[in-house]
Ligand binder design. Structure first.
Ligand SMILES: N[C@@H](CCC[C@H](N)C(=O)O)C(=O)O
Length: 277
């Protein structure tokens, strides 16, 4: 069968977006990996699937798969592309869209200037929320990697994040430490790993080694997690501009149980059709 899809990106974090409201398809783990391959398939960091909601208070169900085929709880850059997609495909006319994800509900607000704000919910810092193997909740933890101890903060944005502070994102050992921390035994469901350089209380640089996809040009949940950890540690104050390799995001957070708001663009690249196995 031929599956219609749209290739999109949010600051270079790229997606294949599929409407399973009006189409039917079975996308198993092997099929996702085949489609994600940048030489033999379409190529993407994540596959985003639009489905009808299971909860009648929601507009859609938003499902997310990493390039390695694993289904995950949340994707921030994807959420903005999801909003742009359902409007472009006329699956809704609403400019405030409520979606259910495996990580909890999200509200997507499409503005007139092509910027989209996503209410990402409240960050959670308890180790069991990720999960992370630690006896109690702390601001920072020591993590041993190959005989070296590193200071990390942790946050769940529905999906798990570890955040390290570095002097320079350019010099950060992302290729070495990223995969080692992603698969560290203290993170039994693996983890996304952010390397944050604080420029000022309102501005950071960030690189993220993503669970199941490797380093991407931007990570929305990673930006939220880094800002939440930075504010909680007294290093940052809201709003924070987050500079990623693919562009910048604005993150607002008033602390505590308040919700993080992420604002940035979403771009359509092309529409296509692909044969499924
Ligand atoms: N690119 C994303 C996050 C995608 C999911 C992540 N790799 C995970 O496994 O949790 C974003 O923009 O948030």
């Amino acid at each position: 069968m031929l599956l219609h899809f749209t290739k999109m990106h949010g600051l270079g974090n790229d997606f294949m977006v599929v409407d399973l409201v009006t189409q039917r398809a079975r996308l198993d783990n092997a099929e996702v990996r085949r489609l994600a391959d940048r030489r033999f398939g379409i190529g993407f960091d994540q596959l985003l699937v639009v489905e009808p909601p299971r909860n009648p208070d929601m507009d859609f169900r938003y499902r997310i798969y990493n390039a390695d085929g694993s289904e995950v709880e949340n994707c921030g850059n994807g959420a903005r592309c999801f909003a742009r997609f359902v409007l472009d495909k006329r699956l809704t006319h609403k400019h405030q869209i409520r979606v259910e994800t495996a990580g909890g509900p999200l509200t997507l607000d499409v503005h007139n200037d092509n910027q989209i704000s996503v209410d990402m919910g409240a960050p959670r810092f308890a180790p069991q929320a990720l999960p992370f193997d630690a006896p109690d909740e702390q601001l920072t933890y020591r993590l041993d990697v190959d005989g070296q101890s590193h200071e990390i903060s942790i946050a769940s944005m529905g999906n798990p994040h570890a955040v390290l502070i570095v002097d320079s994102t350019e010099q950060a050992p992302v290729e070495r430490l990223g995969p080692a921390i992603e698969g560290h035994p203290r993170f039994p469901r693996r983890v996304n790993v952010g390397f944050m350089q604080v420029i000022s209380p309102g501005e950071i640089r960030l690189r993220v080694y993503e669970r199941g996809s490797g380093e991407t040009l931007a990570c929305g949940t990673g930006a939220c997690a880094a800002v939440a950890c930075g504010i909680r540690r007294g290093l940052l104050t809201s709003p924070v501009k987050v500079h990623l390799a693919g562009g910048s995001l604005k993150i607002d957070w008033d602390g505590g149980d308040s919700h993080l708001i992420m604002t940035g663009p979403a771009e359509r690249v092309y529409d296509g059709r692909v044969a499924l196995r």
